[in-house]
Design a binder for this molecule. Structure first.
Ligand code: C2O
Length: 564
């Protein structure tokens, strides 16, 4: 890995894309120019400028149209060389590699005749439930009939394990894992995963209209683990769940630790409002940061707001706290063994669909070839190994499914405005000076004074730079701006800016887990009625779990790019 590190070029303050494969040591100038230009995404190097910089090495027009040769998207793994997956360095109790196949088919989306409609799990009628239970039952039986049938329940769960826990190296980049979390691959990978899972279930019961129910955890009516998963006699049941969080417990999307139901509902709606609307400043802020061929898997800070927030919370909330790694849902390697996983992720997928249709200033599409051409392998309902690409997963309706429409009260859940304006002079008492605190370890609550770019209510973004975590631990901390409280607790308040949370995941010695995260402050400034002369704010970082496993290199406030 050393040679890879040394042949890297810093394209933005937080992103390092390898110039060449680790096995090459700049054999010639031409190769060194073939770096992942489009991977700079956030205002780094523009492909076109780069080409002009090459001084006529090639005809520019040629190169611009030849996106393939100059983009290096994540390639599908070579499943024949699938290796051992592990968690925290412990070998797993399963080998999660899929069966081999000599043929790989490029998947083409079948034409859509009628849409499969995914229903809300809390509203399922009896007939539907019977169908769903039957399908899962048959999937479980495949395990016994032929453990190598890729449609079997365990094989399906292993798909997630292999893609998340280091069973695959990237093709051509030995020693560099493929990992589909904490980047822009998060939504499309899981969409494809559910797509085939759903088609397999449908084909097992001979019903091509079958659609997976979604766990509607963003809606007060769906905020409990859906009852269909809580019947110990049902194939949808899983023993590895936190017994304290069985229905009627209300899910805690902010992992706030609150026990009062009404407070939990408020906190959940505020969480969704922040993740979907107010804290998202740019496309990657929701979708996750770029991840291309040759890059070590991104750290948790690189995930989008939903991935890092409500998504992680639900995993953690359902997983059994007495199990070593919070199995099943509480750890990526085991998550797919709980049937509730697929309903949880249907809702995550639904969030992507909803976000794409929100009328906000943030562009909803990523047009980089490194994103669109990234591809994965899955077994389809006919046990054929197929290659799919991100570009075909952008529109759920083209994939033949949609979601039942339900209320979305979080949409209007902007936190109440702060009643009295607080003067920065009063809040900043006792706040620390940035020169003194960074890099900081989050083993305590930290209040630090940060300079704004411009005074008052402007469109600015908070950047937490190079967050380094121990990936083997569950980690969470919350971020507040100008909170008077020394120990802020609630998230349904104007001063709450957002959160960072990560599930324990794969460790690989050569893989550093670092990343920066950004949170929009525009609405927050309005809601706290920041004074028009204020040139500084107090940022409070509140560790909620394993703060001592986190270091943060710096905090700064920048102008929003999307306001330009
Ligand atoms: Cu791939 Cu929610 O995990």
């Amino acid at each position: 890995m050393a040679s890879l590190q040394s042949s890297c070029m810093v394209l933005t303050h937080n992103r390092i894309c390898p110039l060449v494969k680790p096995s090459h040591h700049f054999p010639n100038a031409r190769l060194t120019y073939r770096f992942h230009v489009s991977c700079s995404s956030n205002g780094g190097v523009d492909r076109r400028n780069m080409l002009l910089g090459l001084g006529g090495l090639y005809g520019a027009a040629n190169l611009i149209s030849d996106s393939k040769a100059y983009a290096d998207p994540i390639q599908p793994p070579d499943i024949k060389s699938c290796g051992v997956a592990d968690v925290h360095g412990d070998p797993l109790d399963v080998n999660c590699c899929p069966p081999n196949s000599d043929t790989i088919i490029d998947y083409e989306l079948p034409s859509v005749t009628s849409l499969r409609v995914r229903p809300a799990a809390h509203k399922l009628n009896h007939g539907y439930l019977t169908k769903y239970e039957k399908a899962i039952q048959l999937m479980r039986e495949l395990d016994k009939k032929d453990p190598s049938d890729p449609r079997g329940f365990t094989q399906q769960a292993n798909v997630h394990c292999a893609y998340c826990n280091g069973a695959y190296d990237q093709v051509d980049y030995e020693g560099t894992d493929i990992s589909i979390h904490y980047s822009w691959l998060f939504f499309p990978f899981h969409r494809w995963y559910l797509y085939f899972y759903e088609r397999i279930l449908g084909s097992l019961i001979g019903d091509p209209t079958f659609a997976l129910p979604f766990w509607n955890w963003d809606n007060p009516r769906g905020m409990q683990l859906p009852a269909i998963f809580d019947n110990p006699h049902s194939p949808l049941y899983d023993i590895n769940r936190n017994p304290s969080n069985r229905p009627p417990a209300i899910v805690d999307l902010a992992l706030s630790g609150k026990t009062d139901d009404e407070q939990l509902v408020r906190s959940n709606l505020s969480t969704m409002y922040k993740e979907m609307l107010s804290s998202v400043d740019d496309t990657n802020g929701f979708m996750g940061q770029p991840y291309c061929a040759g890059m070590t898997p991104p750290g948790s800070a690189s995930g989008g707001t939903v991935e890092r927030g409500s998504h992680t919370s639900v995993h953690r909330w359902v997983g059994h706290p007495d199990n070593k790694y919070h199995e099943d849902l509480g750890n990526f390697y085991s998550a797919g063994r709980d049937p509730a996983f697929y309903s949880h992720h249907s809702n995550v997928d639904r969030m992507w669909t909803i976000w794409k249709h929100l009328k906000t200033k943030v562009p909803k599409d990523i047009n980089k070839p490194d994103y669109l051409n990234a591809s994965f392998l899955f077994y389809d309902e006919n046990q054929k190994l197929v290659r799919v690409k991100v570009a075909d997963a952008l529109d759920n309706r083209k994939m033949g499914y949609d979601y039942e429409k339900v209320e979305m009260p979080w949409m209007y859940y902007r936190p109440p405005r702060r009643s009295a304006r607080v003067r920065i002079q009063d809040i900043s008492k006792g706040a620390e000076n940035p020169e003194k605190v960074f890099p900081l370890s989050l083993n305590r609550i930290v209040r630090v004074l940060i300079s704004k770019r411009s005074p008052g209510k402007v469109d600015e973004v908070l950047v937490l730079e190079d967050i380094h975590t121990d990936p083997t631990e569950f980690v969470k901390f919350d971020i507040y701006v100008n909170d008077e409280d020394d120990e802020p607790k609630d998230v349904d308040k104007a001063e709450y800016a957002g959160t960072f949370s990560q599930l324990p995941h794969r460790v690989h010695h050569s893989n550093r887990h670092k990343g920066s995260m950004k949170l929009s402050l525009k609405e927050l400034y309005e809601d706290i009625d920041i004074h028009e002369d204020d040139t500084t704010v107090v940022v409070t970082l509140v560790p909620r779990a394993n703060g001592h496993r986190v270091t943060i290199a710096g905090i700064k406030i920048v102008k929003s790019r999307s306001s330009a």
